[in-house]
Design a protein around this ligand. Structure first.
Ligand code: AMP
Length: 220
């Protein structure tokens, strides 16, 4: 049985950063629906073109398209030992689809880590965020600048500002989260899977807390 868990939280809560660190620590893939869409956009696939308009506005891509894309990803070989889901599910319909997908794989979700950060901090994080083209490493103009301006310290690729990190798109993303994604907190609480984590702590501390709380950690 694999280790399957997901990271829930508002945009800018640190899901991507934590998922990358946890993926390295646990040796299981990080599956980010946002990154999958961005890959499709770069490759200019039909799915990438369809996602583009939703993406730029900070709105959610329709459930059926998103679920199909994640289903395909979860079907790949590297997922046999488990996976860390980041940014999926974002609606109740997606959460229900995930449950069905997990049982098709003969697996189940072991935990949902809800990373909590105050809105004011989120806005500050997103508005200064810089992302590397190659692997999605993140920086912040003020709080975590790269050594050489515009260049990723880790892989040397170009840093850019995401088009949905503009003030208007950020406001939409936080509103969309409140309307469509926030109900998942109750949904997973009722299933006794939710573990709340303070996302305002230092990055390393958040990772440690998640690793310590993982139900199957001892078996690793
Ligand atoms: P992220 O990188 O997770 O912030 O996602 C960036 C954008 O991708 C979102 O604002 C949505 O437009 C789209 N997206 C990512 N994940 C999902 C999802 N699970 N459902 C619908 N749209 C998504």
């Amino acid at each position: 049985m694999g280790i399957f868990f997901l990271l829930l939280g508002k945009p800018g809560a640190g899901k991507g950063t934590q998922a990358r660190r946890l993926s390295r620590a646990l040796g299981i893939p990080h599956i980010s629906s946002g990154d999958l869409f961005r890959e499709h956009q770069q490759e200019e696939t039909d799915l990438g073109k369809l996602a583009q308009s939703y993406f730029a506005r900070g709105e959610l891509v329709p459930d059926d398209v998103t679920i199909r894309m994640v289903r395909e990803r979860l079907g790949r070989k590297d997922v046999s030992g488990g996976a860390i889901l980041d940014g999926f599910p974002r609606t109740i319909a997606q959460a229900e689809a995930l449950e069905a997908l997990m049982s098709e794989l003969g697996e189940h979700l072991q935990a949902v880590f809800y990373i909590v950060v105050d809105d004011e901090i989120l806005i500050g994080r997103l508005s200064g965020r810089l992302v590397c083209r190659q692997q999605g490493h993140t920086y912040h103009r003020e709080f975590h600048p790269p050594q050489k301006p515009g260049i990723c310290d880790l892989d040397g690729s170009e840093l850019y500002q995401r088009e949905d990190d503009t003030p208007q798109a950020v406001a939409t993303r936080i509103r969309v989260y409140g309307n469509q994604t926030a109900p998942l907190v109750r949904y997973y609480k009722d299933k006794q899977l939710l573990i709340e984590v303070d996302g305002e702590q230092p990055v390393e501390r958040v990772t440690e807390e998640i690793l310590a709380a993982l139900p199957q950690r001892e078996g690793l």
